[in-house]
Design a protein around this ligand. Structure first.
Ligand SMILES: Cc1cc2nc3c(=O)[nH]c(=O)nc-3n(C[C@H](O)[C@H](O)[C@H](O)COP(=O)(O)OP(=O)(O)OC[C@H]3O[C@@H](n4cnc5c(N)ncnc54)[C@H](O)[C@@H]3O)c2cc1C
Length: 313
C-alpha cells in the first residue's frame, strides 16, 4: 500500500487527500464499517485515471463510493483503495436548459442549483442523500421522479482500461433502480441533466413539501441507508415487514425502525454484523410467514472483522 501511496503523491496528489486506514463509518450514512486500507478524495477526471492506473500497477482492488448512503460496509473494512467522489469533485454549471455536474455533487446541491436557475425536473430527487454519480448508476428516485427522467448524458471512465466512456439516450439503459452503467464496470465522472424552464418559487415550494413528507415518514433522526430491502414486484417491503410483526425488532443497536419498517436504523452503537444479523432475521421471518424472499437494496461490501483468538477474549 505504501508503494501505491508514494506513486499517487508522485503523480501530483495532495497528500491531504490520501487517507490510510480511513474509518468507513465516517463515510457511510449507516455510520458502521471498518477501515479501508487507503481512501482517496478524487478532485478531477484525470485523477480517476491516474488512481486506476496506480492501483492496477500495485495490484490493488478499487472500490468507488459517493456519499455512502446506500452502503453497508462490513466490520473488517475494505481491502485495497477506495475512490471517494465527494465535495472535492462537485462542480455544477449551467448551459442553456442543461446542467452538468461532477459526480461528487450531491443530488440536493444539483436540485437546489437548478431551482435557483429556474430549471425544473429535479425537485423530487432533492431529498435523496446521495451524489449524482451514485444516483445515476442506481437510477435513484422518489415521489414519482427518478434520474432517468432528466439525465441526458453520463460521462464515465472504464475500470478495465481507464478509457473514457459516454452514455446517452437508450444506451443509458435505465430501469427500476438500474442502469447500463451498473454492469459496465465504469466510474461515473459527470452527469448532464436536460431540464425545463420553471418558476423558482414553485420549485422551491415542491422541494420543501417533499422534505416535510420525508421528515414525517422517515426516521431521519437515526443513521441508516434508506430502504433496506428492494420493493418485491407488486408489493411493499415495509408493509410485509410490518404485517409480520417485526416493527422495532432489534439485534444490538440495529433496529427495524419504529417509524418506518422499510428502514433498518442504527440506534447508536450498532455494528455491521448487528445490521446483517437483523436483516437475515427479517428475511427469514418474512419468508416463513409470507413466502416472499426479500432482497437487500443496500450494497453490502467489505470484509467481516477477523475472528477473535482465544487469547484476545
Ligand atoms: C435517509 C435515506 C433516504 C433515502 N431515500 C432514497 C430515495 O428516496 N430514493 C432512492 O433511490 N434512494 C434513497 N436512498 C438511498 C441512497 O441515497 C441512493 O441509493 C443514492 O443514489 C446513493 O448515492 P451515493 O452517492 O450515496 O452512493 P453510495 O452509497 O456511495 O454507492 C452506492 C453504489 O453506487 C456506486 N457508485 C457511487 N458513486 C459512483 C460513481 N461515481 N461511479 C460509479 N459507481 C458509483 C457504488 O460503488 C455503490 O455500488 C436513501 C438513503 C437514505 C440514507
Amino acid at each position: 500500500m505504501n508503494a501505491l501511496i508514494t506513486s499517487l503523491i508522485r503523480a501530483g496528489f495532495d497528500p491531504e487527500r490520501i487517507i490510510p486506514g480511513a474509518p468507513m463509518a465516517q463515510y457511510t450514512t449507516f455510520r458502521v464499517g471498518g477501515p479501508a486500507d487507503v481512501l482517496v478524495h478524487i478532485a478531477s477526471e484525470q485523477e480517476v485515471s491516474i488512481t486506476l492506473h496506480a492501483a492496477q500497477e500495485a495490484g490493488v482492488p478499487v472500490t468507488v463510493i459517493g456519499n455512502g448512503s446506500n452502503l453497508l460496509v462490513r466490520d473488517g473494512g475494505i481491502r485495497g483503495l477506495v475512490m471517494h467522489m465527494g465535495q472535492s469533485f462537485s462542480d455544477i454549471a449551467r448551459d442553456g436548459d442543461t446542467i452538468r455536474a461532477q459526480a461528487g455533487a450531491t443530488m440536493a446541491a444539483v436540485a437546489h442549483f437548478a431551482q435557483r436557475e429556474g430549471l425544473d425536473g429535479l425537485a423530487e430527487i432533492a431529498g435523496i442523500p446521495g451524489t449524482i454519480g451514485g444516483g445515476a448508476i442506481m437510477n435513484a428516485g422518489a415521489y414519482g421522479g427518478e434520474l432517468s427522467q432528466t439525465v441526458a448524458r453520463v460521462d464515465a471512465i472504464a475500470q478495465r482500461d481507464g478509457k473514457p466512456r459516454h452514455y446517452e439516450g437508450a444506451a443509458l439503459g435505465f430501469a427500476y433502480r438500474r442502469s447500463a452503467m451498473m454492469d459496465a464496470g465504469v466510474i461515473i465522472t459527470g452527469v448532464t441533466f436536460k431540464l425545463r424552464p420553471g418558476d423558482p418559487d414553485a420549485i422551491a415550494a415542491r422541494i420543501d413539501e417533499l422534505a416535510r413528507a420525508r421528515r414525517e415518514k422517515q426516521p431521519l433522526e437515526y443513521p441508516s441507508a434508506g430502504s433496506t430491502f428492494k420493493r418485491p414486484t407488486g408489493l411493499f417491503a415495509a408493509k410485509l415487514i410490518d404485517d409480520c410483526g417485526l416493527r422495532g425488532l432489534r439485534v444490538g443497536d440495529a433496529q427495524v425502525s419504529e417509524k418506518h419498517t422499510g428502514f433498518v436504523v442504527n440506534l447508536g452503537s450498532a455494528t455491521a454484523s448487528d445490521i446483517l444479523a437483523l436483516m437475515d432475521e427479517v428475511k427469514r421471518r418474512v419468508l416463513d410467514q409470507t413466502g416472499v424472499a426479500l432482497e437487500p437494496e443496500v450494497r453490502i461490501i467489505g470484509e467481516d472483522a477477523p475472528l477473535k483468538r482465544p487469547s484476545d477474549i
